[in-house]
Write a protein that binds this ligand. Structure first.
Ligand SMILES: *Cc1c(COP(=O)(O)O)cnc(C)c1O
Length: 516
């Protein structure tokens, strides 16, 4: 504590480095811009007025004018730049290192896609710009819809939903609209016990009761289990393939047939599409409606609450229920341009303002066009090879939850660490000290002590080896020095938030000089 910097030192870079070393048990918070504010300090200078002065009240109306703006922080430019640059360094990002967060497909986002999304014609397009001035964007939407339909084997795609979960919501809304329009009242949705939590949530939001279908001992969904649960009261089965154990649902064709035979539809959770890109198409396997996570499979940056996009694809039978507006290409006789079509009386309506999260759509198209069909297939192949390589290197210390090969991710367990009093959470926290974002833990829920690792295709062989070495090192440490693992992380700015015991380590708060 003696070498903790005095508050007034905190502006200098050295001070920031010193407080950054939390291994000594000292951690500080970066003061808020509001706390750093000093009256009258500014970061801009306005030019002399060189046009005739206008009374704003006359233009905007008296009610829109405030005489005083109180409570905004007042700072110089360099203070703001340093504040945000400092806090940006506390974050972990896929641009810093591997991010093996299973199920999330945190792959590298090629910078080319960023360049494309910042092209002024896309980035500065006004959401309410008329169709005639939005032809380029509408063409992009139309083209991306067709690529996604091609990749997935679906007939139509809507890019509106803003996330996978909203794509699910849209899909189940369309399934409900389809049954209701046929006068067929159904009350249940079947969901395997390995499913992501958004699946039952989407079904429940549509007023369906969810029925959990148990997976077999091999981690797969079996036709017999689906047949036993299936009835004419079941609106749909929601299926993730490959599933959340990283296994390809081998019986999918038969399972879809069982559901269809009783008049139900099959929803495909496409979050794991990265494993089968260019190799298998959900639409060919019997899926009627599915979502894509552009922010997982198609390289859009995500995590930390950034925007996403969860387009939804459907077979012809659900197309009348797609969200509106639908982008339509006119016939040559109409001019051959693109228009927005609202004439879908059985549509589930609008799900997002304007065209959805357009920046994500530009990135996805740039990604698909720059890789091409062979490149997309190579993504899937490398993602699968990488996951199996890690599985093979780690299996002895972290026994896999499944037998044999996996697809794009592997689910390992902490079974061998239990004896040393080390939990999955401890391993995850210790991995942060090695400079990695931890994998997903305790999911899927059916695997006790699960570590779900998805390396993605972005990692090199050496990168995978370093990650494997770090995890093996933690396993050794768990045997020899379990306290060290239990107390991790040791090198981060803040120590572990105590999730289990209510004990709180005091965090020193910065005080403006002389405020006490
Ligand atoms: C990520 C994910 C979702 C939800 O997608 P969001 O874009 O996060 O809403 C659904 N299912 C699975 C299997 C997922 O991995």
């Amino acid at each position: 504590m003696t070498d903790a910097p005095a508050p007034q030192d905190r502006d200098s870079t050295t001070a920031v480095h010193r407080v950054g070393n939390a291994a000594r048990g000292v951690s500080y918070e970066e003061p808020l811009l509001f706390e750093r504010s000093r009256p009258g300090r500014v970061g801009f200078e306005l030019r002399e007025l060189d046009v005739p002065a206008v009374d704003p009240a006359e233009v905007l109306g008296e009610a829109a004018i405030r005489s005083e703006v109180a409570g905004l922080p007042e700072l110089s430019e360099v203070e703001v730049v340093r504040h945000f640059t400092r806090i940006s360094t506390w974050n972990y990002a896929v641009d810093l290192g591997p991010y093996p967060l299973g199920s999330c497909t945190m792959k590298y986002n090629p910078k080319l896609n960023e360049v494309a999304s910042r092209l002024p014609g896309f980035a500065n397009a006004h959401p309410l710009q008329p169709e005639a001035l939005s032809q380029g964007l509408l063409a992009l939407i139309h083209e991306l819809e067709q690529h996604l339909a091609e990749v997935s084997g679906m007939d139509r795609v809507s890019l509106q939903p803003a996330a996978g979960a909203q794509g699910e919501l849209a899909g189940i809304m369309m399934i409900r609209a389809y049954h209701e329009q046929r006068g067929d009242r159904r009350s249940k949705v079947l969901i395997p016990d390995s499913a992501h939590g958004t699946n039952p949530a989407s079904a429940a939001l549509n007023g369906y009761d969810t029925v959990s279908v148990p997976s077999g001992p091999d981690g797969l969904l079996h036709p017999s289990a689906v047949a036993a649960a299936m009835s004419e009261d079941v609106a749909a089965l929601m299926l993730t393939n490959p599933n959340t154990l990283g296994l390809f649902e081998e019986h999918i064709v038969e399972i879809c047939e069982i559901v269809h035979a009783k008049g139900g539809l099959v929803y495909g959770d496409g979050a794991n599409l990265n494993a089968i890109l260019g190799i298998a198409r959900p639409g060919d396997l019997g899926i009627d409606v599915m979502h894509f996570n552009l922010h997982k499979t198609f390289s859009t940056p995500h995590g930390g609450g950034g925007p996403g996009a969860g387009p939804v694809g459907v077979k012809h039978l659900l197309a009348p229920h797609l969200p509106v507006p639908v982008v339509r290409r006119q016939d040559e006789s109409e001019g051959g341009g693109f228009t927005l079509d609202y004439e879908f009386p059985r549509s589930i309506g609008r799900l997002h303002g304007n065209f959805g999260n357009v920046g994500m759509l530009v990135r996805a198209l740039a990604y698909i066009r720059s890789l091409g069909p062979a490149g997309l297939r190579r993504c899937a192949e490398m993602a699968v090879v990488n996951a199996n390589y890690l599985l093979a290197r780690l299996a002895e210390e972290y026994p896999p939850a499944t037998r044999g090969h996996v697809m794009h991710e592997c689910v390992l367990t902490d079974r061998r660490l239990e004896a040393h009093g080390v939990t999955t959470l401890d391993v995850a926290k210790r991995l942060i000290d090695h400079g990695y974002h931890p994998p997903t833990i305790y999911f899927p829920l059916i695997v006790p002590g699960a570590l779900m690792i998805e390396p993605t295709e972005s990692e090199s062989l050496e990168g995978l080896d370093r990650l494997a070495d770090a995890l093996l090192d933690i396993a050794r440490e768990a045997r020899e020095e379990p306290e060290r693992v239990r107390g991790a992380p040791h090198h981060t700015r803040l120590a572990r938030l105590d999730e289990t015991r209510a004990a709180r380590r005091p965090i020193l708060r910065w005080q403006p000089a002389g405020s006490e």
